[in-house]
Design a protein. Sequence first.
Length: 313
Amino acid sequence: MGNREGAQFMADQSFIDRLVQLCPDGIIGVNREGTIVIFNEAAERLFKRDDDEVLGKLHITDIYRPPDVARQIKKLLYDQEHGGKGRLDEVEVEVINAEGQNVPIRLSAALLVENGQEIGSVGFFHDMTARKELEEELLRRSITDSLTGLYNRRHFHETLSHEVQRSQRYRRPLTLAMLDLDSFKPFNDTYGHHEGDNILRLVSDTMRASLRQLDHAFRLGGDEFAFVLVETDLDQGLMAVERFRSAFNQAWPTKMGYLGGKLPPVTVSIGLAQLGDGEKPDKLTMRADLAMYEAKKGGGNRAVKARPEIKQD
């Protein structure tokens, strides 16, 4: 096939239409008024719509969430920041499918111009769902304790720092509770790590059941745990952790009773500290830790409020 014949073949409308339909990414074209006039098979799969319910019927604003994203994209097509005037390269946005689900996509687009006049635009929609799910799963694993499913120590420091800043900005109370298990080591040494892990899971399950939606629970490592209690003062925090402690003690005979009574049950010592004016996260954590050690010295299985200041003794 010669160059001229090849050019003719490439310019053939049926060939171009086939290319559009075979493209693995969604292709959507709109006329100057924004009505959708091109909607390929990948777009049908992406938006869960047949082309006959879209072509000539839906406006481009009908597929974005929120709708004004379409207008923002049109504005970007006229500036120089995303590929040059008349082009848009790989901008991440969300669209909405026929089932009302938000779909993350990477969008590239271009204005269509004929005889110096804009006649519409075309967009290439690359589905980012699988990639976003993978990113979210990797993030979840990086901040989650694999044994208990609670957040880990790394996320504890990030969350506490964020909540301290928020508490101080809006002048709302914040209470930190540090938890340590009593008699865990002899139990673990006697019955083995499998039964020890069952105890740690029982703690985490009871913590989750005790949480309000705005609070946070963490396993810091070993048999150490923590609550970050948002918009909660010290007295309210004490009531919250006592409910948790009581629930854990009541669950113990049911969950662990099959092991018999050879050893005393594992219990929880808790130290609580309310964020002070201008206090840093590390000092708040130290005060809650010291209160937790006081609870253990007092015989364990109790909650102790932290002193306002750290004492040398």
